[in-house]
Design a protein around this ligand. Structure first.
Ligand code: F6R
Length: 608
């Protein structure tokens, strides 16, 4: 949440800053701003409400030359969306961009106001700027020393980059709770919230760790850990191709990412199935002996779409690997007193690996004596990967659209592989082999369902003007109904709710009338007859029904069949989300919404 980009360059910095912050827009797009120290050693600060394009428009008319600067794109936390609250924030010579929240900011604000500082914004970031200025003037120290001492006074999550206008030869970055990655150039260096912003500048990266402070000059970088010891952090070479983060022929990243799913799933499966039909995750190295396999219970924790993936896998863990499994929303898990099950193992799921609620849940779980923990994550250098005992990568590739698509289907693919692995360990060989065999067909099946896009487009036309839509599913299709509803509401702003179909008669049936379309996921499985009964219940109350199925149904007035290709039952949840993603996409497109950047949302939710 919020994107930070900063650089110290040989070339003129303006286009680099603009380009970098534009690439981080998915992290927040309420407002954006930048500050540069120009050739006359003046600070030039430009800020505006709205998307980065607004900032670009504002800058176009100006000719500003400089070699050091910071930029920021905001997702508002402290203080409304306004120019005054937009970063960078300044206190005389100190310029700050910040991502995160400072919990004790009101105490700091009162303290600093008493010292004579005037606050022009409602943000916690301005308190950081004034605090650094106050400390610097009190002790007459260098800005790096000041930051090292002052951050002890900040409680909360943050990553920040600071420039001292009185010595504009370096950027000072501090990480505590939100990610920062340094990009190494030739006699110039960069830092950003995500390597996506740096891929066109360099392939060489250094990820800062929790508590690190980095002093970044043109030709030199020094990093200090939380104990203030100078340390060397590992340099990694990224193999992500810059081309892969371009939209190419697609109108939106979400569309591209939906269509990438067969390739992403192929990548997720690649080299993980052994010759003897067992699963091997090369990165899955447990610090302790493979405790997951001896667990008597699995506790899964995640948010949003990742939570829905966990919910689907609960059906699989219990049915195929014969292991009891509970799933909880991360923010709930970490806000209650846990009674841990006997021999329980914790699994977190996250696309970004930076979701604050999931990270807090992992940290909180460490108090309770879980056998161990594992994260299933898309981002290798992320905080969740670093802080977990072990990890499995989903290999979806970079996902930029705020609405998760390919990260969901690759999470499900990994989860099903893990279920097969545990099933094997428990000598449930038949089912393990059946899963593996079926997973091989999955990418091809997704290709087949993607070809139904025209059919889905037509359904989208019928639904685009609706105010409310219900989604129903049974068994492992219930979380798919939830995920379908989430996709629709987040990008089209249509109110959508999902129910377990059996739950309908316990209340929601009262909602049914001709104005609320009901989308029902009804593949061929042991629950089909029950779902048919639910369809009758809705039909006899004049409900308008859209059945997504590979089966034939009597199509009558008010019953529409969205006939989909055949799918094996084992992989049906991974398959059925795809038409629902397309449906949400086409409805949002018809409504003219900004699909990749839905209002009020951001891709990586780094605040609790
Ligand atoms: C919905 C969506 C969010 C995320 C949630 C968790 O499309 O993207 O609900 O799934 O914020 O994010 P990660 O998976 O990065 O932990």
């Amino acid at each position: 949440m919020c994107g930070i980009f900063a650089a110290i360059t040989q070339r003129n910095i303006m286009n680099i800053l603009i380009d970098g912050i534009k690439k981080l827009e998915y992290r927040g797009y309420d407002s954006s701003g930048l500050a540069i120290i120009d050739h006359d050693n003046n600070m030039v600060r430009i800020r505006c409400i709205g998307k980065v394009d607004e900032l670009i428009r504002k800058i176009q008319k100006k000719k500003i030359l400089g070699h050091i600067g910071v930029a920021h794109t905001r997702w508002a936390t402290h203080g409304k969306i306004s120019k005054a609250n937009t970063h960078p924030h300044v206190s005389k010579n100190i310029i700050v961009v910040h991502n995160g929240t400072i919990e004790n900011y009101s105490v700091l604000r009162i303290f600093l106001q008493k010292k004579g500082y005037i606050f022009y914004s409602d943000t916690d970031t301005e308190a950081i700027a004034h605090l650094l200025h106050w400390e610097q003037n009190k002790k007459k120290e260098s800005i790096e020393q000041v930051i090292q001492n002052s951050i002890k006074q900040l409680y909360g999550n943050y990553s920040m980059v600071v420039i001292d206008k009185n010595n504009p030869t370096r950027l000072i970055a501090a990480r505590s709770g939100s990610p920062l990655v340094i990009g190494l150039g030739i006699e110039e260096n960069f830092i950003a919230s995500d390597q996506i912003a740096l891929l066109n500048l360099t392939k060489r990266f250094i990820y800062l760790e929790e508590g690190d402070i980095a002093i970044i000059k043109k030709k030199e970088i020094n990093i200090f850990n939380k104990k203030n010891f100078k340390i060397k952090r590992k340099e990694t070479i990224s193999n992500i191709k810059y081309k892969s983060i371009k939209k190419g022929k697609y109108s939106y990243y979400m569309e591209k990412e939906i269509y990438e799913q067969p390739a992403s799933i192929r990548n997720t499966l690649k080299n993980r199935v052994q010759k003897n039909n067992t699963i091997y995750f090369s990165e899955l190295q447990f610090k302790k002996k493979n405790l997951l396999y001896y667990a008597e219970h699995i506790q899964m924790v995640a948010c949003g779409t990742s939570y829905h993936a966990a919910m689907v896998s609960r059906y699989w863990f219990e049915a195929f690997a014969k292991i009891p499994c509970d799933v909880e929303i991360a923010s709930e898990f970490s806000s209650r007193k846990i009674a841990i099950r006997k021999k329980s193992f914790l699994i977190t799921l996250s696309q970004s690996g930076e979701t604050a609620d999931t990270l807090s849940a992992l940290r909180y779980s460490k108090k309770f004596g879980y056998l161990g923990n594992l994260t299933i994550c898309n981002m290798e250098g992320s905080s969740l990967v670093k802080e977990s005992d072990s990890y499995i990568l989903t290999r979806a590739g970079i996902e930029i659209g705020v609405a998760s698509t390919k990260s969901f289907t690759t999470q499900l693919t990994v989860l099903l592989m893990l279920v097969a692995q545990i099933a094997h360990f428990k000598k449930e060989n038949k089912i393990a082999e059946k899963i593996i065999e079926t997973l091989h067909i999955l990418p091809q099946r997704i290709e087949e369902v993607l070809k139904k896009n025209e059919l889905i487009k037509n359904i989208a036309k019928k639904l685009s003007n609706k105010k409310n839509i219900l989604f129903l599913g049974r068994g492992e299709q219930y979380p798919i109904a939830m995920e379908g509803a989430l996709k629709l509401k987040e990008i089209s702003y249509i109110h959508a709710e999902a129910y377990a179909a059996g739950e309908l008669k316990h209340g929601p049936l009262a909602l049914i009338d001709k104005n609320i379309p009901v989308i029902i996921i009804a593949p061929k499985n042991s629950l089909l007859e029950k779902i048919k009964k639910n369809i009758k219940e809705i039909y006899s109350r004049e409900g308008v029904i859209y059945i997504f199925s590979d089966q034939e149904f009597n199509v009558e007035k008010n019953i529409h069949l969205v006939k989909l290709p055949y799918i094996e039952e084992l992989i049906a949840p991974i398959f059925y989300i795809v038409p629902l993603q397309l449906l949400a996409y086409y409805i949002a497109l018809n409504k003219g919404k900004n699909i990749d950047q839905p209002r009020h949302l951001a891709k990586s939710v780094t605040v609790e």
